[in-house]
Design a protein around this ligand. Structure first.
Ligand SMILES: NC(=O)c1ccc[n+]([C@@H]2O[C@H](COP(=O)([O-])OP(=O)(O)OC[C@H]3O[C@@H](n4cnc5c(N)ncnc54)[C@H](O)[C@@H]3O)[C@@H](O)[C@H]2O)c1
Length: 415
């Protein structure tokens, strides 16, 4: 849906929140300054399928400052901040998104953005790219960008099957993205979502975190910092070991189910907690998902098991089971940090979206020589983003002497 431009109060609220986020996105601001002078994206149309948040708004404005025409739709039906959408529309950027949209509207909005004939697509979860491959196979495109782990997994599967049609930059795989956004962003904001919807005290509770990748590690360590006892459920032996040596208890999902007060999934997998676990959980257990899709908690099974369901608070659904136990689900099992809070803080999205902006520029320059594969941004761009962020944070970065550089690159020294 295109927002009513007359809705000024909503747009004004969005404007102020976009400005507030922008103040903590100094790397993106530096890129914007250069883009305004150099206009590296001039002549490009960009279609974005991303969470419609204040941080995304800042990215859209930077892409436009670089000369691109931009249109935006949501990458998740629950993550749209309507005031942000209204503010962007008022600023002249078409937005097709409304919080709580149904599946049909979600896909109609993706198609509306694709109708603008984008040269580049910015995706978060690969939904727009999938629509392009399944429903619009003849639409020409220069390339794409992918923001999240789950989207990159889908793209690599497409590359392997030989069906990927254009080059895509896996922005998620830049160190300045996943080591900060996934860890610190998801870590903090997932707990923020649970706090806003429940207002529980984490101290003294048992929090079960499924998945100890970047997101799970961030969540587990933040929960630990709030005084919770953390149990990690992980299927990769090295990551499970890493969780154990970080001081967490590591158990199977079966053994963790009766112990947890709060369960948080961050695996990218399906049905991580399902009927057999719900049967063992305590009365009052709270379930939330931080993974990209709403498939990590088997809510279909929970719905079938339950005698009744009600919305207890904003973004908190309560399922009552025949034996009287109540299980609570935050934000319908969708991305908890975006469904029940505001998503990642701007401070980390600064780096993720700086990577996105630089990826667009890099793709435009290099597309003619690229194959339809998944690419990672060159490491010098990754380091440039880190350098700019360090500068903005007032940190010092050690410069090696000529002697040290020679020493570190030589095999002839020392006995
Ligand atoms: N909420 C957000 O804003 C946000 C931000 C970034 C990424 N994500 C999403 O979060 C998910 C995780 O991302 P990541 O970067 O941490 O991925 P990752 O691949 O680094 O980590 C996932 C971990 O889950 C483990 N795992 C898989 N299936 C499991 C199962 N059934 N039980 C236990 N462990 C299992 C894997 O072994 C892996 O260690 C993805 O869907 C990603 O797209 C969400």
């Amino acid at each position: 849906m295109n927002y009513d431009i007359a809705d000024r109060s909503l747009a004004e609220l969005g404007d102020r929140r976009i400005e507030w986020a922008g103040r903590r996105m100094q790397v993106l601001a530096a890129i914007r300054e250069r883009f305004e002078k150099e206009r590296p994206l001039a002549g490009l149309t960009i279609g974005a399928c991303m969470h419609v948040t204040t941080e995304t708004a800042n990215l859209m404005l930077v892409l436009r400052a670089g000369g691109a025409n931009v249109a935006l739709c949501a990458s998740n039906p629950l993550s749209t901040q309507d005031d942000v959408a209204a503010a962007l529309v008022q600023a002249g950027i078409p937005v097709y998104a409304i919080r709580g949209e149904d599946s049909e509207t979600f896909y109609r909005h993706i198609n509306a953005v694709l109708d603008t004939n984008p040269d580049l697509v910015f995706d978060d979860g690969c939904d727009m790219t999938t629509v392009l491959h399944e429903q619009r196979p003849d639409q020409p495109l220069i390339g794409g960008m992918e923001e999240t782990t789950t989207g990159v997994i889908r793209l690599r599967a497409m590359e392997e099957d030989g069906v990927l049609r254009f080059p895509v930059v896996a922005v998620n795989d830049s160190d300045t993205k996943h080591l900060f956004d996934n860890r610190h962003g998801t870590g903090q904001s997932s707990l923020d979502g649970i706090l806003r919807s429940t207002n529980i005290l984490f101290a003294g509770r048992t929090v079960v975190v499924a998945g100890y990748g970047d997101c799970g590690l961030g969540i587990a360590n933040r929960a630990d910092g709030l005084g919770a006892k953390v149990i990690v459920v992980e299927s990769n032996p090295v990551r499970a070991l890493s969780a154990a040596m970080d001081g967490h208890e590591v158990l199977t999902s079966h053994d963790a189910a009766p112990l947890g007060d709060v369960f948080i999934t961050a695996t990218g997998d399906i049905r991580v907690f399902r009927q057999e676990h719900f049967e063992a959980m305590k009365d009052g257990a709270i379930l939330a998902n931080a993974g990209h899709f709403d498939v990590e908690l088997d809510l279909e099974a929970l719905g079938e098991m339950a005698m009744s369901y009600r919305e207890l608070r904003d973004n908190l659904g309560e399922y009552t089971l025949p034996d009287g136990r109540r299980l609570l689900v935050v934000a319908e099992g969708r991305l908890v940090n975006l469904g029940a809070a505001e998503g990642h803080p701007a401070d980390v999205m600064d780096m993720s979206f700086a990577d996105q902006a630089l990826a667009a520029e890099w793709l435009k320059e290099n597309a003619p020589s690229l194959e339809p594969k998944v690419y990672v941004l060159p490491v010098d761009l990754d380091h440039e983003v880190a350098r700019l962020k360090l500068e903005a944070m007032g940190c010092g970065l050690e410069i090696l002497t000529e002697e040290q550089l020679a020493y570190l690159s030589s095999w002839e020294h020392g006995t």
